[in-house]
Design a protein around this ligand. Sequence first.
Ligand code: ATP
Ligand code: MG
Length: 337
Amino acid sequence: MASSRPRALSGIQPTAGSFHLGNYLGAIRQYVALQETHDAFYMVVDLHAITVPQDPAELRANTRLAAAQLLAAGLDPERCTLFVQSHVPEHAQLGWVMNCLTGFGEASRMTQFKDKSARHGADRATVGLFTYPILQVADILLYQADAVPVGEDQRQHVELTRDLAERFNGRFGETFTVPAPYIVKEVAKIYDLQDPSIKMSKSASTPKGLVNLLDEPKTTAKKVKSAVTDTDTVIRFDAEEKPGVSNLLTIYSTLTGATIADLEQKYEGKGYGALKTDLAEVMVDFVTPFRVRTQEYLDDTETLDSILAKGAEKARAVAAETLADAYDKLGFVPAKH
Ligand code: ATP
Ligand code: MG
């Protein structure tokens, strides 16, 4: 599928069973939209998932579940390439090359590593967790991606990707497209419902603060209704002074298409209860069909696996070409004769 469209590439970790609202609004919605304008590659990044402890049976189930959720969210295998990272060995191969181009100090500045290693206990963190941003560099560069749809937390890793692409190109000759992050400001950071000072996260949020797309709709409604707001009762968007309410307004606005101004007007003089009750309904309307569609894909593992196999084949064709070029530029003797 040679294409003159710009390329998009992104990945999502199968670190938990369900995606959460931050994943959907911050990243997956953009994946779906970019299928229309870009030659888009999306993957379930199982190599990244093993940077923290994983149970093998759960990892296998969560990888299929992640693919099923991406399809349920609107990815269309006819219009994008959907695959599993470990099916394309070039990721690990180019990852090693990128490791050898990255300074130790440079890698040490990655804030995701600092956050995650602090959470898991610094001396228990793996070297894989330390170098995962560099594998991510390889993930992106293999596809000559122009645009990388991600949430704000990934901006630093895309910056690292740009630096390494330029470094490689400068040292060895023009090889990689220098990508740009594709971050939609309004939804770049969806906050935990219980602690609006931290991002909603599969691994860091408490269950009450985390809106999983596959939760029972009743549970979702309950979580929305018990979201932390603040002591006054005015419904106004103010990320600094009123982070909890602002987060709810962002979610509401993105899921319904209503502007924040519309919502502020609609709830003028009403309390937080009214806003939360309505948002809970909006959420339930959103997650209910999503759960059904996900289950349909999961019930037919054969079709799901064959979508992923076709995706891997398409991805490999692109990745192998880029890797061969990079190996050649580096001075590796070709294996073929
Ligand atoms: P983990 O805690 O295991 O890192 P995660 O919740 O951060 O999980 P990822 O699979 O690492 O999820 O991220 C997938 C995509 O979702 C990335 O593009 C990331 O930037 C985006 N994302 C994650 N959390 C949020 C959030 N709270 N708001 C907006 N985007 C988010
Ligand atoms: Mg993450």
